[in-house]
Design a protein around this ligand. Structure first.
Ligand SMILES: C[S@@+](CC[C@H](N)C(=O)[O-])C[C@H]1O[C@@H](n2cnc3c(N)ncnc32)[C@H](O)[C@@H]1O
Length: 343
């Protein structure tokens, strides 16, 4: 085991409570009851008076402002309560994807839709780290009472990001979780509250577009896509976020300076990807060369000496499918901010 890897592992272990980790589930037990769900039991639980999102289901869907022709993905569709409400509103010109990790739920949603003559619903059995939807196909991803069940939130949210059209949006409904205020069940069941989830979703490439407050124990938030860039085209992610996401394995950092600069000093956590190489190779050559070095399911932070070359590297890596985020500060400033130098 290399020293760099040992350090990264140590950081990841220290910070695993912060959520949003990617290499392992942020909440391994949260979906136990959905492994072989007894659908009848969950219909009683999800589709009964007294559940706030059931009692306010009309307002929740009304606020989504659905239009005929829209493609909507109900992510974590469960027993299909919202899928069946969304389907007639987007009409037969539109499309609803009922997406869930539990095949029993997806089968049930397809069956009930068929029985009710609803023809525009497609079931999708997804994986714990991907919604498994076609790229650029969805206008709205509706996520009710499901985000806190995502075990790999960054990967799932990036898969949703890719599935959404450029103007695509997310509606998130989830429980408020407030220490000293929320019930013990909520405090134990949810790993975090609204501000953490909003921050995670923003970091996956979105910004808050609208918030409604008609629910007492839950929140309703609409997000739109955001390129998370400043006027200078550098990432708006804070240095604290960068450190946290590197430590928990959600992100990786690359140095696009040249080999002689790297040899004179570099960050312990960085990988060398010189700009001259990015410029000198074809896309196919780069894909082959970077396949081992850079994963496409992580945020890739990018630094150089003073924030200039990262801007040239960004479109090249973006073109290859990376979620690349150029840092405005360079090597020395990063060291000044506490990033460890390689020995
Ligand atoms: C509490 S239920 C909510 C069901 C429905 N949205 C509702 O409000 O009635 C959460 C659902 O999310 C699903 N789920 C958990 N992790 C998921 C993931 N990574 N992607 C998609 N669905 C997931 C579960 O199987 C479960 O059906």
């Amino acid at each position: 085991m290399t020293r760099k890897f040992t350090l990264q592992l140590l950081f990841a272990v220290l910070l695993c409570g912060s959520g949003f980790g990617q290499d392992k589930s942020v909440n391994p037990d949260i979906n136990k009851s959905f492994q072989q769900p007894d659908v009848k039991t969950f219909i009683e639980r999800f589709e009964s008076e007294g559940r706030e999102v059931y009692d306010h289901r009309e307002e929740i869907i009304e606020a989504c402002q659905l239009k005929p022709g829209m493609a909507v993905a109900d992510i974590g569709a469960g027993t299909g309560l919202f899928t069946r409400m969304i389907a007639p509103r987007v009409t037969d010109r539109g499309q609803v994807y009922a997406v869930d990790i539990a095949k029993q739920f997806v089968d049930h949603v397809e069956k009930t839709c068929k029985e009710e003559g609803i023809k525009n619903v497609t079931g999708v059995v997804c994986t714990a780290d991907s919604a498994e939807l076609p790229n650029n196909s969805v206008d709205l991803a509706f996520i009710c009472d499901a985000y806190h069940h995502f075990e790999f939130p960054y990967k799932t949210m990036r898969s949703i990001y890719r599935a959404l059209k450029p103007t695509g949006q997310i509606v998130l409904v989830d429980f408020e979780r407030i220490e000293g205020q929320s019930s013990d069940w909520i405090l134990n069941h949810l790993r975090a509250g609204k501000s953490t989830f909003v921050n995670e979703i923003e970091l996956a490439g979105f910004e808050v577009a609208e918030e409604r407050d008609f629910l007492a124990t839950s929140y309703w938030i609409r997000f739109k896509k955001s390129d998370r860039k400043s006027d200078s085209n550098h990432t708006t992610d804070s240095i604290d976020d960068v450190k946290r996401l590197l430590a928990n394995g959600t992100a990786q950092i690359i140095d696009v300076r040249e080999k002689n600069e790297w040899d004179a000093g570099h960050l312990a956590a960085a990988e060398l990807v010189p700009l001259s190489m990015l410029r000198g190779l074809s896309s196919d050559q780069l894909n082959a060369k970077l396949a081992e070095q850079l994963p496409k399911d992580k945020i890739i932070y990018c630094h150089c000496r003073s924030g200039g070359r990262v801007l040239a590297a960004t479109p090249i890596l973006q073109e290859l499918g990376y979620d690349i985020r150029p840092l405005s500060i360079g090597y020395s400033d990063l060291v000044g901010q506490g990033f460890k130098k390689a020995d």
